[in-house]
Design a protein around this ligand. Sequence first.
Ligand code: PEP
Ligand code: MN
Length: 371
Amino acid sequence: MQNLPLAGYKPERTEVSVKDMTVGGREMILMAGPCAVESEFQMQEAAAAVKTAGGTVLRGGVYKPRTSPYAFQGLGREGLRYLTAAAKERDLLTVTEVIDPASLEEVHDQVDMIQIGARNMQNFQLLKLAGQSGKPVILKRGLSATIEEWLSAAEYILAEHNPNVILCERGIRTFETSTRNTLDLSAIAVIRKISHLPVIVDPSHAAGHREYVPALSKAAVAAGADGLLIEMHPHPEEAKSDGAQSLTPGELQQLASELVTIAASMGRSMNGAGSGLDSLRQKIDSIDSGIIELIAERMNVVKYIAREKSPDRIRDHNREQEIIKRLGRVAAELNCPAELVREIYASIFDHAIKAQLQDKAHRLDSAAYGR
Ligand code: PEP
Ligand code: MN
């Protein structure tokens, strides 16, 4: 009998590696695709869009657990072929949901990861089989599951000696009706504290409306999520399921580029498998805007610092040397040349001093004239 669940605390975080991808490492992983696989062409378009946005994993349900038995139930084996062929063409990994032993067996040798959906989080037989399958599992949080119940569900997979479990927060049921579910951002922080397992976020099922997806995605990355699982449809208005919450390809690309600087502020990169000149340039544009915003903010703070200094002690060479030394160490750790830091900061310090002197002069001037 074990006291601590394996899904619970251990000092080192678990990294789940699938081919070239590692979830739970330095990289923030983007997984995206339609709710359901609907056609060969749809998946080809979706795969192209995921690749352009810098995504690593193509999602698409072929066995859909629907609330109504009359709703589209998925294309099954035929859909699986569309998913895997489109992913292969774009060099993406695949994930699809399994709902029972038969679907697990069907997809086992075809996809890179399996997903256990919110409605099956406590399907213990399925969890055990997923554990025995040895496949990496994305385990979604049940609609009304506590974090403890969620970790216990993960435990069923781990107990079968399958360590490759990725938790996925996807919103929980609350009294709020303006969104489909309520994204529990606190769960990310809690999981990171009490569990070693990687945790990703599905903002789409929480939001229920595509216009909320970018904000929730950004908040999730800022809260420490290891990745995002986002619904994106090449033509959401034609989607057979979850069209209202699906981003368009353009929206996904825009969001991915905006996430770059947020991920960087969390010490994570978003290189993904992203390729293509346009996509890479979009990332660079986003990084550059972030750099300028931070420099502008630094210049702003610098003025306030000047007000705390006596006019003859505006420049402090010792402090400048300390900053350069410290940043040189940070840069070296990130494989960035220390020389670059020295050059950039020489210029930043010069401009900072200039701004401080100007500010001081302006304030003295204003005081003299009683303005
Ligand atoms: C899905 O990913 O399409 C899905 C059904 O999600 P959930 O299990 O979180 O509702
Ligand atoms: Mn869906």
